[in-house]
Write a protein that binds this ligand. Structure first.
Ligand code: ZN
Ligand code: ZN
Length: 198
């Protein structure tokens, strides 16, 4: 893997790559990102490797079926925003970038691909903080909220890849449910307050 990464670095000038490794059953993420997205990649890494495993079983159970249904490597293309305004996309088989297709052929193994718009995700608030019972904690909540939002969109796009027959409505329902549960749990643990919609 290291030799392969080095060769890819050569080929993709102007973008950087980071390999994110989490739990054994979880796919490796190969993140491709512009240099200015260094902080966003750090947040994604913290979310995938630390926030996710720290969550309770009730929250993680929404997505445990995902891991065995995905290839061992998922390419994540990060950009600040998408021209269409979407938070992310999954790239169905055949619609992957040239980078993902060549990587798959070099590895001799299927590679899945999604993209995430890290600035759009930062300002995405499915349940606005201002409506929280703990509304004056916005500053303290923000770093946690960003990680949960990154995870919610990552998992949403991964679910599309893993279960292409599922409807957008069903998948969206799962990601909203995940966001709500994860926020409730993290806020209760880190800040000792209930996350409730006023
Ligand atoms: Zn779009
Ligand atoms: Zn979707």
């Amino acid at each position: 893997m290291p030799g392969l990464l080095a060769r890819w670095r050569e080929r993709l000038r102007g973008r950087k790559q980071r390999l994110i490794r989490a739990g054994e059953q979880m796919p490796l993420l190969l993140v491709s990102y512009p240099a200015e997205a260094e902080a966003a990649v750090g947040e994604l890494e913290a979310a995938y490797t630390r926030s996710w495993p720290a969550m309770g079983e009730a929250t993680r159970s929404l997505y445990l079926s995902l891991w065995p249904a995905l290839p061992a490597l998922v390419v994540v293309v990060l950009r600040a925003r998408n021209p269409c305004g979407c938070l992310g996309h999954h790239h169905p088989p055949g619609a992957e970038s040239r980078m993902a297709r060549r990587l798959a052929s070099e590895l001799g193994h299927p590679v899945a691909e999604i993209d995430l718009a890290y600035d759009s995700i930062r300002s995405w608030c499915p349940e606005p903080l201002s409506s929280l019972a703990a509304g004056d904690m916005t500053g303290e909540l923000e770093p946690l909220r960003y990680r949960v939002a990154l995870l919610a969109v990552l998992l949403h796009e991964m679910e599309h890849l893993a279960f292409p027959e599922r409807s957008e409505q069903e998948i969206r329902h799962h990601s909203r449910e995940f966001y709500r549960k994860a926020m409730t749990e993290l806020v209760a643990r880190e800040l000792g307050a209930d996350y409730g919609i006023a």
